[in-house]
Structures are given as C-alpha cells and as structure tokens.
Design a protein around this ligand. Structure first.
Ligand SMILES: Nc1ncnc2c1ncn2[C@@H]1O[C@H](COP(=O)(O)OP(=O)(O)O)[C@@H](O)[C@H]1O
Ligand SMILES: [Mg+2]
Length: 266
C-alpha cells in the first residue's frame, strides 16, 4: 500500500475513521477439506481511512475487492475481524440510527408496498403509524413517488426503485449516507439524473456520503476524495486521491479519470 497523504483538513473534520480495519469471512467447517486448508477468506487487508464530514468520498475497486464488506462493516451489519471503526469519534458498535444505507441492488422488499418499504427504518425504530405515514408522504412527494405509494417495487422503473431506496435510507433523517453502487443498474440518462439528485439532497440535508462505485467517471464527477482499492482476497487500499468539484464538461475530466484508471491498473 502506498502511504496515505493526510491533509490537515481531513485530520480536523473526519466523520468516519477506519483504523487498520480488516475483514475475513469464516468458512463453514465442511469447506476446510484438510487441516492445512484455509479456515477463512480474507476480504479486506488493513484499511485506514478518514471520511470527511459534509463531503462525498468514493471507494472504487474491481469486483470482489471488498467494497460491499467495507460498507456493511461501517453500517454496523458486519463485525470487522480486527481494527476499529469510529463515527463522530465514537467506536462503532452495532447499528447507528443516524446512518442511512442504500444497498447494492437496493434490497427493496418485494412483498411490501412503496410506502411500507420507505417506512421500514421507522417501523424498526418503533415509530407509530400516523407519524410514519406523515413522514413517508412528505418524502415520497419530494422524491416523485407519491402517486406510486400503494404499488409494489416490481412495478417501478430502475430510476424509481433507486429513488425509493434513497427515500428509505433518508427517512430517519441520517447525517451519514452509505451507498453501495446505487446507480449501476440505471441507464445512462437516469444515472446522470440520479447523480445530480444525490448532489442536491447531500446539500439540502448536510450529508456525509460514502459512495461505493465501479465507475471511474462517477467517482470523478461526484466525489471530493476517492479511495482506490486493488487486488482481491484481500483487497488493499492503494491510494487516496482528492478531486476538485467539477461540471460534467470540465476539461480536467479525462486527466483525472486516466489517473484513477492507472491506479486501478485498468
Ligand atoms: N458471506 C461471505 N462468505 C465468504 N466469502 C465472502 C462472503 N461475502 C463476500 N465474500 C468474499 O469476500 C470478498 C469481497 O466481497 P465483496 O465485499 O462483496 O466485494 P465487492 O463488493 O468489492 O465486489 C470476495 O472474494 C467474496 O467472495
Ligand atoms: Mg459489492
């Protein structure tokens, strides 16, 4: 791993801090084969990073490098094998109410209506039905889904499913939003719309965002900082690159994309 050059501002205002985080998956005993066979699969090599408050940090890397494992660990859904996760300076233990998650492939519940999907975090938090309805009504209206609230997810377009997943992640009013390849299933136009929508909700809600993506261009356009992971079993942090805020037609785009492509060895 190359040395990570921390900037002074990153040191001062990091919201999420990872210290030598590692993730291994234990294999079921039937996979051991012999005594010498490995008993676990390493997913992520020691990962140290600071995700700044109010910024979008992207994590980019090839399939299988440990991106989803990383986001699940930050969300408190997966216990790291070693190392620490600190949010707002506190050691992460279990699920944090102020963290919203958009899962890879959205993770919508097909047997629940749009409205019930959006309200799920509030239901888990035991918020009463009238308040749930009021909050989901407002949010679904803002996200252009109000008239579809009684439908089931399979009736929605890709862009609408994406917005529903975002509504569910935001309904409890989080300050930290974790997104696992949220735009990868969208066509090019819906994708650009969804990216700009993310920029607007990030501003209006003062969110700190950690965005997992496959797309070099998406990382360049959306993020303030990009963490590059290379390799697999385990994936390892290869570089941290700061990004300027840019419009889509910025002349620096090809150069910055090329730099990330080189770091990825793509
Ligand atoms: N539940 C699991 N049990 C065993 N290995 C797993 C499990 N989940 C993920 N892995 C392995 O961990 C590695 C990283 O997976 P993942 O975090 O999903 O990567 P990515 O999201 O970057 O594609 C992969 O080699 C994958 O096969
Ligand atoms: Mg993944």
């Amino acid at each position: 791993m190359t040395a990570v050059p921390w900037t002074a501002s990153a040191l001062n205002d990091s919201m999420v801090e990872l210290r030598d985080l590692t993730i291994d998956y234990a294999l079921p005993r039937r996979f051991f084969g012999s005594r010498s066979a490995p008993q676990s699969v390493p997913a992520l090599a020691p990962f140290t990073a600071r995700f700044e408050r109010g910024k979008i940090s992207a994590v980019i890397g090839p399939s299988g490098c440990g991106k989803t494992s990383l986001i699940h660990a930050i969300a408190g859904l997966l216990r790291p094998s070693s190392g620490g996760i600190f949010i707002d300076g506190r050691a992460q233990k279990g699920i944090r109410e102020n963290t919203g998650v958009i899962f890879q492939h959205f993770g919508l519940l097909p047997w629940k209506t749009v409205e019930a999907n959006a309200e799920l975090p509030l239901k888990i938090m035991k918020v009463k039905k009238p308040e749930r309805r009021e909050r989901s009504g407002k949010l679904l209206e803002e996200f252009g889904l109000e008239e579809f609230r009684r439908l089931y997810p399979h009736k929605l377009s890709g862009g609408m499913k994406q917005r529903l997943a975002a509504a569910r992640a935001l309904i409890s009013g989080p300050d930290l939003l974790l997104m696992d390849e949220p735009f990868s299933s969208l066509d090019a136009l819906s994708r650009e719309e969804a990216q700009d929508f993310l920029l607007s909700i990030k501003e209006s809600r003062s969110l700190t965002v950690i965005l997992i993506t496959h797309s070099i261009e998406e990382a360049v356009y959306l993020s303030d900082t990009v963490y590059v992971i290379t390799g697999k079993n385990p994936g390892a942090l290869a570089a941290r690159v700061d990004m300027p805020r840019m419009e889509r037609d910025d002349s620096r785009f090809p150069g910055l994309s090329g730099r990330l492509r080189n770091l990825l060895g793509a």
